[in-house]
Ligand binder design. Structure first.
Ligand code: NCD
Length: 303
C-alpha cells in the first residue's frame, strides 16, 4: 500500500500489512514524540485542522504531532460559528482549504463528511471522526497501545464495554482488529449492543455482564455513553452509569487486565483505577501523538 498522498477515511482501506506499517513507523517516532530527539522532517508543510464537533485530545494531538515534526498548523476550532457555517458546502470548504494546506484533518457530525471533503481536494484528508461512523486514527492508537502493553496483538481476548452502538472508536477498532487473531467480548445493555454489520468474520460473545467478561479477557476497552448521539435525552439518562469500573473490581476479578479508554471518560472508570499500573489510558494519550506523527509523515511522503 502506498501511503503518499493517501486519504485516511475508513478502516476498510487497511489490511494487516498497512496497519503494521503504521504501528512500526510510529515506533520509530517514539523518541521524537517524547522529546528525546528533535526533527524538522515536515518543515514547510502545513496541516489544517477543521473541527466541526468538540474535541480536545484529537485536535491537540494532531497539532502536537505536526509541531514536533517541524511543520505548521492552521486550526479552525470554531467551525460551527466561523464562515464555514455560513452555508458553504463541505465540498467548497475543501476546495478552499486545499489552497492553503498540505494535509487536512477533519471532524464532523455527519457520516461520510471526511469522504466528501477528500473527493473535493488534492491534498490528503484524514478523518478525525465522522458522526457515529468511524474514527480510524484513534483505532490505530488503540492497537499501538495494545501492542506496547501486551507485547503483541494476535491471541488477545478483548472485551469492549459501554456504548457499542454509537461509539465510533469501537466500530473502527473492531474492523482493524479483524486482521489479527482476536476473541471479542461485547459488553453492553441489549439496546446499546454493537450493530450486526460489525460482527461479520469475527469470533465473539455478547453479554451485559462486565465482570464476567473481564474475567476472561486480556484487554478491557471501556467507552463512555455517547450522550450527543441520543435523540431522546431520557434514554441517555437510563444508560448513564450503567458500567462503572472500580479499582476493587479490577483487583477482585482480573488484576492483570489492561484497561484502555479513548477518553474523555465521564463516570465509567472510577478515579481510583488510575493508580493501577495496568490502567493504560493516559499512556494511550501519549501514543496518540506518536501514531499521528507516523500518519502525517506517511501521507506526506516523509516516512
Ligand atoms: C472519542 C471520539 O471522539 O469518538 N474520543 C477521542 O477521539 N479521543 C471517544 C468519545 O468521544 O467518547
Amino acid at each position: 500500500m502506498n501511503f503518499i498522498g493517501m486519504n485516511v477515511i475508513g478502516t476498510d482501506q487497511f489490511d494487516r500489512a498497512s496497519i503494521d506499517k503504521v504501528l512500526d513507523t510510529a515506533k520509530s517516532f517514539e523518541d521524537v514524540a517524547q522529546q528525546k530527539e528533535k526533527t524538522d522532517l515536515l518543515r514547510g508543510k502545513i496541516l489544517a485542522s477543521l473541527f466541526y464537533e468538540p474535541s480536545t485530545r484529537t485536535r491537540l494531538s494532531f497539532e502536537t504531532a505536526m509541531f514536533r515534526l517541524g511543520g505548521d498548523v492552521l486550526s479552525v476550532t470554531e467551525a460551527m460559528t466561523s464562515s464555514l457555517s455560513k452555508g458553504e458546502t463541505l465540498a467548497d470548504t475543501a476546495k478552499v482549504i486545499d489552497q492553503y494546506a498540505d494535509v487536512i484533518v477533519v471532524r464532523h457530525s455527519d457520516e461520510g463528511s471526511a469522504e466528501e471533503m477528500a473527493v473535493n481536494c488534492e491534498c490528503p484528508v484524514i478523518n478525525a471522526g465522522d458522526g457515529a461512523n468511524q474514527h480510524p486514527t484513534q483505532s490505530l492508537i488503540d492497537m499501538y497501545t495494545m501492542r506496547e502493553e501486551c507485547g503483541q496483538i494476535d491471541g488477545l481476548t478483548v472485551a469492549m464495554a459501554g456504548d457499542l452502538k454509537y461509539g465510533r472508536t469501537v466500530h473502527s477498532l473492531v474492523h482493524l482488529l479483524k486482521h489479527y487473531k482476536i476473541k471479542f467480548i461485547f459488553v453492553a445493555p441489549a439496546s446499546l449492543q454493537i450493530p450486526d454489520k460489525y460482527l461479520k468474520d469475527i469470533e465473539y460473545e455478547q453479554t451485559d455482564n462486565l465482570e464476567e467478561a473481564m474475567a476472561k479477557s486480556d484487554v478491557l476497552y471501556m467507552t463512555r455513553i455517547q450522550r450527543e448521539r441520543f435523540l431522546d435525552k431520557n434514554e441517555y439518562k437510563k444508560y448513564k452509569g450503567v458500567y462503572v469500573l472500580t479499582k476493587r473490581m479490577v483487583l477482585n476479578v482480573n488484576e492483570k487486565i489492561k484497561i484502555l479508554h479513548p477518553l474523555p471518560r465521564v463516570d465509567e472508570i472510577a478515579k481510583d483505577v488510575d493508580e493501577l499500573k495496568n490502567a493504560c489510558y493516559f499512556r494511550q494519550v501519549q501514543n496518540g501523538v506518536t501514531v499521528r506523527m507516523a500518519l502525517l509523515a506517511l501521507v506526506l511522503g516523509k516516512a
